[in-house]
Design a protein around this ligand. Structure first.
Ligand code: ZN
Length: 167
């Protein structure tokens, strides 16, 4: 969504018709961009089933979600995926392949932006499955019996592509 003030000099920025258009400050000339925010996630598969986590926090609290999250500054998607999997599930995983990259829109507490998520297909290698962080429940789902209440829009496409990837 459009920024109200310049991050460089604090001057008020012009309102743009497209909320995601770049905004150039009339006072100092600095341009503010609205790039998609990078995320990474993991399709943890075992015996033809995928591990989903139930979100303990907004947005989409109590909906099923693919383990993952926002990348830190300078973090490679592979490292971010491993970190999020460890934080949310306690598992260590091995990468089987890169499924793809997916765009979505994220709206929370009045802020709206785009996300760009890299998804890896992985399998558990160790660790102990335990709920923590912003997760309150796990379940292994057969790929043809996924839950209806899935968080966000893009995971529907991710899970559809996973079914094709596994075949
Ligand atoms: Zn400025």
């Amino acid at each position: 969504m459009a920024y109200k003030f310049c991050s460089n000099c604090g001057n008020a920025l012009p309102i743009t018709r497209d909320a995601f258009a770049a905004q150039t400050c009339a006072q100092c000339g600095r341009t503010q961009y609205h790039n998609s925010r990078p995320c990474a996630g993991a399709l943890i598969v075992r015996d033809g089933r995928v591990l989903l986590v139930k979100r303990a926090v907004e947005p989409y609290k109590d909906c099923w979600d693919i383990p993952g999250g926002f990348l830190e500054a300078g973090e490679h998607p592979l490292d971010g995926m491993m970190r999020e999997v460890r934080e949310e599930t306690g598992l260590e995983v091995r990468v089987l392949g890169l499924l793809g990259a997916y765009i979505d829109r994220y709206v929370f507490q009045g802020e709206e932006f785009f996300t760009l998520s890299a998804y890896y297909v992985v399998e558990p290698m160790g660790g102990q499955l335990r709920a923590q962080d912003d997760v309150n429940e796990f379940a292994w789902f057969a790929l043809d019996a996924l839950p209806d209440a899935i968080a966000f829009e893009h995971p529907h496409a991710v899970l559809r592509d996973l079914r094709a990837w596994v075949r």
